[in-house]
Ligand binder design. Sequence first.
Ligand code: ADP
Ligand code: MG
Length: 238
Amino acid sequence: MASVDIVDVRKSFGAVSVIKGVNVSIDDGEFVILVGPSGCGKSTLLRMLAGLENISGGEIRIGDRVVNRLPPKERDIAMVFQNYALYPHMTVAENMGFSLKLQGASRDKISEKVRPAAEILGLTNLLDRYPRQLSGGQRQRVAMGRAIVRMPQVFLFDEPLSNLDAKLRVQMRTEIKELHQRLKTTTVYVTHDQIEAMTMADKIVVMHDGEVEQIGAPLDLYDRPANLFVAGFIGSPS
Ligand code: ADP
Ligand code: MG
């Protein structure tokens, strides 16, 4: 586990500034949700944490390391995307172990890591199946399994539930929270869904147009919104 510090981070694409000096401090083991309307810069910020996007200014620290210039694989993070493409020609076990295989881990080592992760996610009986033989929820679990096998210091999620139907979405919220309670891995989770944010987060970061409007526990934002934008966004149905 590790803390994450985002210090005056900026991002421009050409002349367009999309992240305008964001500051967020995330404690060891905390579950933090970045929430805000589409286009406000959530994915860009997450991709900068992951190292998939260069930062135009500021500093990102994971634990006590400044990671600004580190490539993704040296950051000790794992990311679960909205479009969690599984490899169709690989079994669940192979999908989960693939990143370890790329790192040159032996078969025994891979299976030693995949088994407990599968256990945690209830995938033990599905390890030999192919993605096409799984339900949407099971596929989502495999996508999380790929992240868990690496036991990273930080999990990053980008709208992982947005392709699931409403019922499954509610169920997966609970599962992800249970997973977090079990592993206590520092997590940064992006969503545009305020209900997801209010029900899952230890701490919510409300973003709007590349800036942070407010940071607080769900009830703080609900009881004491800093401005009309936060009040409107937290209070409106998704
Ligand atoms: P969100 O995830 O909150 O919906 P994004 O981080 O995807 O928002 O996008 C923030 C802004 O940055 C948007 O205006 C988007 O069009 C712009 N943007 C994102 N990626 C790029 C890119 N590679 N090139 C140019 N503009 C981009
Ligand atoms: Mg996005």
